[in-house]
Design a protein around this ligand. Structure first.
Ligand code: PGA
Length: 242
């Protein structure tokens, strides 16, 4: 299915969906040129990251030319906190491939927020466009931590997490009450205007409402995923039959 410049690929089988996403990244990795990737956390990309690790181990697919930026982080969590997004990336991907530590860029959830926002936007400007940006989507249509109502022109910012996001993510915490209620996230503009290509993966029926908003072909700030309608190269990979 194609809506504007968004190509939506349906896969019945999640392995096939992940293989398809992997291939899009592998083409970039195989050029052995310096590339910028913007990466996501969450349960959705876990199997894709396993494919990266497998390919590194079995085919020596190198990440030494890759600079990475992650989309978001919880406010108040140190990088070595096992519930932080940084810890997630280390323990699902970065520790098992040859990406150079100095090429990993992450928002800090514990630094002075105003300075952190300026620092991250500057680092992204310095690095240049993202060759590929990987996104998941929230049940409520959020991309990164850009919750419903986030303006199109938003840059990196602090956000109060919605009840929907808290409910979806608190299950990963030993004690659900420990889940931070705020996040720091790249904004919509930080993502849309910097990404050459966007790959969004959405698995499971809980994401149907968000994808239906997208295919309705109307930009609606209550469903931040619909801002992708303004981008010129988006691949949506899903197991939801629309
Ligand atoms: P999930 O989160 O992959 O855990 O469903 C996606 C998101 O909230 O962006």
């Amino acid at each position: 299915m194609k809506i504007r410049n968004i190509n939506i690929s349906y896969f019945k089988n999640l392995n096939d969906a992940n293989e398809y996403a992997f291939e899009l990244f592998r083409r970039e990795l195989d050029t052995l040129k310096e590339k910028n990737f913007c990466l996501a956390t969450g349960s959705t990309p876990v199997d894709l990251y396993k494919l990266f690790v497998k390919s590194f181990n079995e085919k020596q697919t190198t990440w030494k030319n890759i600079t990475s930026f992650n989309l978001d982080e919880y406010i108040g969590l140190e990088p070595n906190n096992k519930f932080s997004f940084r810890y997630f990336m280390d323990s699902n991907l970065f520790n098992y491939i040859d990406i150079q530590k100095e090429n990993i860029n992450f928002l800090s959830g514990t630094s002075n927020p105003e300075q952190e926002i300026v620092r991250y936007e500057k680092e992204m400007d310095k690095a240049g466009p993202f060759d590929i940006t990987l996104l998941g989507v929230g049940k409520n249509g959020h991309i990164a931590f850009n919750e419903p109502g986030t303006p199109r022109e938003s840059k990196t910012h602090i956000i109060d997490l919605t009840d929907s996001t808290i409910k979806a993510n608190e299950i990963y915490f030993d004690n659900p009450n420990d889940m931070p209620r705020q996040g720091i996230t790249m904004g919509i503009d930080s993502i849309i205007s910097r990404s050459k290509k966007i790959i969004l993966i959405a698995f499971g029926e809980s994401k149907r409402e968000a994808l239906e908003a997208l295919i309705s072909n109307k930009v609606n700030m209550n469903y931040p995923i619909t801002y992708l309608l303004e981008h010129n190269d988006v691949e949506v990979i899903t197991d939801i039959k629309l």
